[in-house]
Design a protein around this ligand. Structure first.
Ligand code: BTN
Length: 253
């Protein structure tokens, strides 16, 4: 994939800008990166706090030639790419379905994939936020989130060393291209599910509560469907297939 980067000091949301670029005909591989977002968006209408230089705020335009039912796997492929990027810094992450990347149960990265209709067909915008430093976390976030700087400082048990965002960005774009090409290749969907499985403790046997649009269920994870949907085994032995929902680990797991 040919990566082109469009940089901003400040922007409302890199996803919004990438969507606008896609509507204007941008090619696959166009990336929007900002030092700060004034209206960063998270999943399910939440906001994504995006202080200047505290995180990598990144969105890429994709124009996948995939069967529609496999489009949802782009999110999983992006989760794998973020996981591999963090590994390069010596961090040992986990992926919580569908695409929260955690370290020691704290969120270090979030992914927001959105589709847009364009004259060149459907484009998928994959937005990725990776916390670089925890210094400007508000109190409520400090309990539940972490950053590359915090994790690497802890490992080296030395003073904090600033993380170079360009270094994170370069590795991320290269892993994203790699896993996206795997997804679009032969046996791509199975490859992505297999690789996601190797990186996520949530794949099987995890007791979870899942908040669905209309109800909440509790059960044990039982693998993924070929399109990336999460299988939940309920107490009565039946299996519910979750296409979209918020997963929460139950205590003691
Ligand atoms: C989530 O976990 O809720 C997803 C968060 C996604 C945040 C990123 S930051 C770059 C891109 N631009 C946005 O407005 N959101 C995504």
């Amino acid at each position: 994939m040919n990566i082109t980067i469009l940089r901003f000091d400040t922007i409302d949301s890199t996803n919004t800008e990438a969507a606008n670029q896609a509507r204007k005909g941008a090619d696959e591989g166009l990336c929007v990166v900002a030092r700060e977002q004034t209206a960063g968006r998270g999943r399910q209408g939440r906001s994504w706090i995006s202080e200047k230089d505290s995180g990598l705020y990144f969105s890429i335009v994709l124009r996948p030639k995939l069967e529609t039912r496999y489009i949802s796997l782009i999110t999983l492929a992006a989760g794998i790419a973020v996981y591999d990027t963090l590994k390069e810094f010596g961090i040992d992450p986990d992926i919580k379905w569908v695409n929260d990347v955690l370290v020691r149960e704290k969120k270090i990265s979030g992914i927001l994939a959105e589709t847009v209709e364009t004259t060149k067909g459907i484009a998928v915008i994959v937005g990725i936020g990776i916390n670089l430093t925890s210094r400007s976390f508000p109190d409520e976030l400090a309990q539940i989130a972490t950053s590359i700087e915090s994790e690497t400082t802890m490992m080296r048990s030395l003073g904090p060393r600033a993380i170079d965002p360009m270094n994170v960005e370069t590795r991320l774009t290269s892993f994203l291209s790699f896993w996206y090409e795997i997804l679009c290749g032969s046996d791509g969907p199975n490859e992505i599910v297999r690789n996601w499985q190797q990186r996520s403790s949530y794949f099987t046997d995890k007791s979870v509560r899942v908040t669905l649009p209309d109800r909440t269920i509790e059960g044990t994870t039982d693998g993924l469907e070929q399109n990336g949907a999460l299988r939940i085994r309920l107490a009565d032995g039946s299996v519910t297939i979750v296409q979209a929902g918020d997963v929460e680990r139950l205590r003691g797991q």
